[in-house]
Design a protein around this ligand. Sequence first.
Ligand SMILES: *[C@@H]1O[C@H](CO)[C@@H](O)[C@H](O)[C@H]1NC(C)=O
Ligand SMILES: *[C@@H]1O[C@H](CO)[C@@H](O)[C@H](O)[C@H]1NC(C)=O
Ligand SMILES: *[C@@H]1O[C@H](CO)[C@@H](O)[C@H](O)[C@H]1NC(C)=O
Ligand SMILES: *[C@@H]1O[C@H](CO)[C@@H](O)[C@H](O)[C@H]1NC(C)=O
Ligand SMILES: *[C@@H]1O[C@H](CO)[C@@H](O)[C@H](O)[C@H]1NC(C)=O
Ligand SMILES: *[C@@H]1O[C@H](CO)[C@@H](O)[C@H](O)[C@H]1NC(C)=O
Ligand SMILES: *[C@@H]1O[C@H](CO)[C@@H](O)[C@H](O)[C@H]1NC(C)=O
Ligand SMILES: *[C@@H]1O[C@H](CO)[C@@H](O)[C@H](O)[C@H]1NC(C)=O
Ligand SMILES: *[C@@H]1O[C@H](CO)[C@@H](O)[C@H](O)[C@H]1NC(C)=O
Ligand SMILES: [Ca+2]
Length: 576
Amino acid sequence: MPTASKPRVVTTAAAVMSAIGAVSATASLNDICSNAYAAAALPLDAVQGITINTTSVTTQLVTNFTAESIFYPTSTFDYCNLTFAYSHNGIEGDLVHVQYWLPAPGQFQNRYVSTGGGGWAINSGSSSIPTGIIAGGVGGMTDGGFGSFDDQFSGVALLENGTVNWQATYMFGYQAHHELATLGKQLTRNLYNVSDSTKLYAYYQGCSEGGREGWSQVQRYPDQFDGIAVGAPAFRWAQQQVNHLTGNVIQQTQNYYPSSCELEAIMNLTIASCDPLDGRTDGIVSRSDLCLNNLDLNGMVGTAYSCPATAASYGSSATPAQEGNITAEAITQMRAYWEGLHDSDGNLVYFSYQPGSTFTDLQTAYNTADDSWELSVSGLGGIWVGLFIDKLQETNLPNLDNVTYDTLKEWMVYSMATYGDILQTTYPDLTDFKAAGGKVIHFHGEQDFSIPTASSVRYWESVRSVTFAGQSRKQSTAAMDDFYRLYLVPGAGHCDVNSYQPGGPWPQTSLQTVIDWVENGVVPDTLAGTGDIDTLCRWPLRPQWTNNGANMTCIESDSSVASFTYDLSAFRLPVY
Ligand SMILES: *[C@@H]1O[C@H](CO)[C@@H](O)[C@H](O)[C@H]1NC(C)=O
Ligand SMILES: *[C@@H]1O[C@H](CO)[C@@H](O)[C@H](O)[C@H]1NC(C)=O
Ligand SMILES: *[C@@H]1O[C@H](CO)[C@@H](O)[C@H](O)[C@H]1NC(C)=O
Ligand SMILES: *[C@@H]1O[C@H](CO)[C@@H](O)[C@H](O)[C@H]1NC(C)=O
Ligand SMILES: *[C@@H]1O[C@H](CO)[C@@H](O)[C@H](O)[C@H]1NC(C)=O
Ligand SMILES: *[C@@H]1O[C@H](CO)[C@@H](O)[C@H](O)[C@H]1NC(C)=O
Ligand SMILES: *[C@@H]1O[C@H](CO)[C@@H](O)[C@H](O)[C@H]1NC(C)=O
Ligand SMILES: *[C@@H]1O[C@H](CO)[C@@H](O)[C@H](O)[C@H]1NC(C)=O
Ligand SMILES: *[C@@H]1O[C@H](CO)[C@@H](O)[C@H](O)[C@H]1NC(C)=O
Ligand SMILES: [Ca+2]
């Protein structure tokens, strides 16, 4: 039997209810936003092996809610917040909460939209779920069974030291989202009286871990979603998580820890050097593939830099006023960082971020006691290794003592072997999804500092070469265009615009674009962007400006494709 859930607060929106006029023929939001109406619509038989707690239903009418995000157009609306809980039969203490935001019946356009999380979170709270309502549908999110909507997977990853919580790991990997969508689609039909013969369109939106969650569904359940809009997915998990430690191991091997100001100075010089190469000097790096061949790294040595002191803020500690000249050691470090992780035999293990992006994985810590900069273990990499390789309940690795480049490779191999089927999320054969008519809009910041831009390119190329094996590059690229399009976002960082490259674009209406593609056959040659650059090229086309930056064209560039293509020769098995 599941343990009792936390008491649920049921809000009756008395003020709103009294404002509702006489009963009309069409149901209002108020009519459907009651525990009784929702309980009668529960999708009791939609998912095998679970039991929905029919008395766990809560409904709450929320009016005049304004949702604002770079992932959807700003909108103000009324909605009903519906939650319920279920448990997996046969698992002691199991309890999963799901939350659905319901639009007013008059706004409902036969759509359901699942939303995902980021980092170790399987949902993004109230910031992502509004996208469903804005798209004329029901929005959904899950807590994965991790406790509450605010609890993350990392908090429940181990049952004890040495004991992986496999149920939670599978839920995070893909199971929770399959259940969320399966329940959400049937619930939506039941709530809005959508008959079985009427098409209910289903979509997914998410970025980073949320992007991985979207792919986890497309790869396994080809007809679950009609379309997904995903950014910078955290897939190829084994490599992706461990690779966060590559910068730290370079520093430790070199015994050089650059200050935050020295890192920023090198980044600024890199941006300034790379910016014009795309044909438009606008402070935005749109062609990072051209950077390294033109960057005078040696010429940076000795360049003076300075930064004012900064106060401690959430997520970063205080730094002193800094002044210095860029050192040769720092430049050596940058070369190694951009060349990517190599093992002791010189084989490439994994690739790096694009030049111009912030050096997040190289951030050091300021030691006030002896006024020096020292190692700061990347939490994203350290938590993965601590919890899932060392299997110790800790919040990060305490240090990287004795960790070498070969150790990082071994951790990747172990991660693939142990968790690959759950978390790797790079299954490259999308034949069934394509056959089901599914569409994908996938985008990635050209200057992402947390998930290498080349990671998305690599997966797109894997799908192209596996799903369309035997076809020429030209044929298979055209075939990809039918259902899966990848767009790199000039200047953008990780699932966000980049404050160091202001004015850069962001694909704010990517969900609307995929909906238009699915429902109206409007094929997105380019993706709309906000900011000064309103047209994002689809891979493998690349932006290039002519006429002094006045004219942009999406061009073919073999050298650009080559620059994003890596032979991960350290692994004997294919790494998709
Ligand atoms: C169902 O949910 C209600 C409300 O949260 C709770 O009181 C009850 O214990 C739950 N029942 C079961 C069988 O878990
Ligand atoms: C809705 O919210 C806006 C801004 O939050 C406010 O100005 C407006 O008065 C509100 N409207 C109603 C009907 O409550
Ligand atoms: C939705 O309802 C749940 C359950 O009552 C509650 O925990 C959550 O805070 C509500 N969300 C919003 C945005 O009101
Ligand atoms: C669905 O049908 C039921 C029964 O006819 C009705 O009471 C309810 O208001 C309808 N719901 C909507 C959203 O139209
Ligand atoms: C880097 O450029 C930003 C403007 O984008 C500026 O605020 C900052 O001071 C520069 N940093 C250094 C170390 O020059
Ligand atoms: C930086 O280099 C200049 C010479 O180019 C030198 O005068 C200055 O002292 C150096 N500054 C620091 C902090 O090392
Ligand atoms: C589990 O490992 C952590 C980290 O090493 C340690 O602090 C904790 O004491 C261990 N817990 C038990 C019950 O041994
Ligand atoms: C690192 O390696 C040295 C030499 O093999 C060993 O003495 C030491 O205990 C190791 N340290 C850690 C933290 O494993
Ligand atoms: C730039 O684009 C405009 C509008 O498409 C076109 O009229 C003009 O000929 C183009 N100029 C160049 C130099 O390509
Ligand atoms: Ca530029």
